[in-house]
Design a protein. Structure first.
Lengths: 221, 448
């Protein structure tokens, strides 16, 4: 899962990025509204953390432009503007959630996970597929009721596939959601990660759909 | 100290009454004078005829030829005030009633005399021996022996009686005219000052939040005043907006580093005492910035703010920030209800109260608004655990500092209460039907 952070305060942006990476997310950071708006409009993210008081382009404008262009990326507004009128303006522009500074980073992580889960159409916190269960609130996997240990890259791939269980995820789409913007991506690296995951959860759980991508499935359809 | 009344219409009325009275007095005096001259002229003609006859009877040697004296018939009636006298160097002759002449000797030349020579008698006044006032005419007749004075007098009452007869109705009519003019002035004032009262009403509309500006379509004298008032309203609004921008910048400037500090503390193990201090600083900033943001103390114009759209927008916010809690909201607000409160203040009050309800509700929140007299009463009920009567009493103790509170209801209730009071309303806590908390927010209605 890949998150876009748009925040002009470098210390704060780094802190959030570090905390999110510690939770396995891939993170890109933009320091102003213009860059952030451009990244959100052109790259594939699972959610964005957006400040409102941004240089070059205000956060509310950024969301409005994304929504006008049909970009339905879930947006968590993270701002010092705590007036309810500002919250109303944020939601009217198309924000999905709103958190004011200062915040507990655990809350940011929880709200981001919830946004991504709801955007994928899951009302409940636990997403199951056969023997595999993903707690979309805590970000943990269980196989046959036992905790599953995953590397950050494996977690990103499997969480993306689990949230779209039984649906084929396009290979290019998957690569975009797994690697950070400035990462060097080897064309075979996703296959390598899929291979490692199949060893951990069973080969039948991840189906390769030739020429398109991958699908997590409960069993042979 | 001024004698002029403080009221504008009082001043205008007083001035108009004064000028009307002066004009009427002048008219009465002028007309009276003309009338007097008119009635006196009749008397003069009789007296002048007598004087002319007597002057003819004065001989060249200064003696009066009695045989040539032929009195007018009125001079024959004794005791009526008619009489004459001829005085010359050689004697003095009288006829009719005896009279004392107050002014004798030739005047400076009579007015209205056809020929400015000494053949024209001059007027004078006197009294008969019985005390009756008489009007006289006098002529000096030159003779060989010297000037002989010829005077004839007639009763003044003959002239005064018709004058009085004419003056009584005249003065009456003038008085009626004066009263009529005064009434007309009052009507004019009522009509003329109506735009002023309309402007006052428009200003009250602005203050009551039912209008943004006073209408500029005013009479020419009031248009600059209306423009100035509107400029003042605009400046107030701009100052409020600027103050709010300043507060927003301040919030951003303080809270972003505070957030970074909190994050650093959490990364370095997260000493709970230090994190609590961050929370405390945040609470203080929120409290003071919240107060600074409020419109009412800045004197900004109260706006007419529609209630239903404000509540709907905030319900969308609640569904967003409390998306993990499946709370059902039931909102019953008539679409035409509007409150006289600043829209941002209203958002702040409603936001805090709804947020509070959402946090404590089990399954649902009910919002209902009703118009009660001049107020709008908005009740927000949750089906949560509620507050005990004692806790409810303590929750809204006036002047109680927010940071002393620890009842789990956070900052929301006191902020909402403070804003409600600043906007001329109030906040009351009660028990909802199902045992939850029922918060009633009362705000002045902005009637259409």
């Amino acid at each position: 899962m890949r998150i876009l952070i748009v925040e002009d305060d470098v210390v704060l942006a780094d802190g959030i990025a570090r905390a999110l990476r510690a939770e396995n997310f891939a993170v890109d950071v933009a320091a102003n509204g213009e860059d952030g708006g451009h990244l959100g409009a052109t790259e594939r993210y699972d959610a964005a953390v957006l400040d409102l008081g941004l240089p070059k382009k205000d956060g509310v404008t950024v969301i409005r432009e994304w929504r006008a262009a049909g970009q339905d990326l879930p947006v968590l507004v993270l701002t010092a503007r705590e007036a309810w009128s500002d919250k109303v303006a944020g939601f009217k522009a198309g924000a999905d959630d709103y958190l004011t500074k200062p915040f507990r980073i655990e809350e940011v992580v929880m709200r981001l996970r919830a946004l991504v889960r709801r955007a994928a159409g899951h009302a409940g916190a636990i997403v199951t597929c056969g023997r595999l269960a993903y707690d979309a609130q805590l970000g943990t996997f269980e196989l046959d009721g036992l905790p599953l240990k995953l590397t950050a890259l494996e977690w990103r791939v499997l969480s993306v596939l689990m949230l779209r269980r039984e649906i084929v995820v396009d290979r290019a789409d998957l690569i975009e959601r797994v690697y950070e913007g400035d990462a060097e991506v080897d064309s075979n690296s996703v296959e390598v990660i899929i291979g490692r995951l199949r060893k951990k959860i069973g080969a039948a759980m991840i189906e390769t759909v030739r020429g398109r991508g991958y699908r997590v499935t409960a069993g042979a359809a | 100290m001024t004698l002029l009344p403080r009221s504008l219409s009082g001043r205008l009325l007083a001035l108009s009454a004064l000028t009307t009275a002066a004009a009427l007095a002048f008219a009465a005096f002028g007309i009276g004078h003309v009338l007097e001259r008119f009635v006196i002229r009749g008397l003069d003609q009789q007296l002048d005829a007598e004087v002319a006859m007597l002057a003819q009877a004065v001989r060249g040697d200064g003696l009066l030829d009695r045989a040539r004296v032929v009195d007018l018939p009125v001079f024959a009636r004794a005791g009526q005030g008619w009489g004459w006298r001829v005085e010359g160097p050689h004697g003095r002759w009288t006829g009719g009633d005896a009279m004392a002449i107050a002014r004798d000797g030739p005047g400076p030349g009579p007015r209205g005399c056809p020929a400015p020579d000494d053949r024209c008698p001059t007027p004078g006044e006197g009294r008969t021996v019985t005390g009756e006032r008489v009007h006289t005419r006098m002529l000096l007749v030159p003779t060989a022996a010297g000037a002989t004075m010829v005077i004839a007098g007639g009763p003044r009452r003959l002239a005064v009686a018709p004058l009085r007869e004419a003056m009584v109705p005249l003065l009456g009519s003038l008085a009626v005219l004066g009263v009529g003019l005064a009434l007309a002035t009052m009507v004019q004032l009522r009509y003329g000052l109506r735009p002023l009262r309309a402007l006052q009403a428009s200003l009250a509309e602005v203050r009551g939040g039912r209008a943004r500006h006073v209408p500029v379509d005013q009479p020419r004298e009031l248009a600059p005043l209306a423009a100035e008032l509107n400029a003042l309203v605009d400046r107030n609004e701009a100052q409020l907006a600027q103050a709010r921008r300043h507060v927003a910048n301040l919030a951003h400037g303080l809270k972003t580093p505070l957030a970074a500090l909190g994050l650093k503390l959490a990364e370095s193990g997260g000493d709970p005492a230090l994190l609590a201090m961050v929370t405390d600083i945040d609470g203080r900033i929120r409290h003071h910035l919240g107060r600074a943001r409020a419109a009412a103390p800045g004197g900004g114009a109260r706006m007419r703010t529609m209630l239903a759209p404000a509540v709907d927008a905030l319900l969308a916010v609640m569904r967003g920030i409390h998306a993990d809690r499946a709370i059902l909201s039931i909102s019953r607000i008539a679409p035409d209800l509007a409150v006289a409160a600043d829209p941002q203040d209203l958002d702040e009050m409603l936001g805090n109260l709804l947020d509070n309800a959402w946090r404590h509700a089990r399954t649902s929140v009910r919002i209902e608004a009703t118009a009660v007299g001049q107020d709008i009463r908005l009740a927000i009920e949750d089906d949560g655990p509620g507050l005990s009567a004692q806790a409810r009493g303590e929750a809204l103790v006036p002047g109680r500092r927010l940071d002393e509170r620890g009842d789990g209801h956070g900052f929301g209730l006191p902020i909402a209460q403070e804003l409600a009071e600043l906007n001329g309303g109030g906040l009351a806590l009660g028990e909802a039907g199902g045992g939850g908390l029922c918060v009633t927010l009362t705000l002045p209605a902005a009637s259409s």
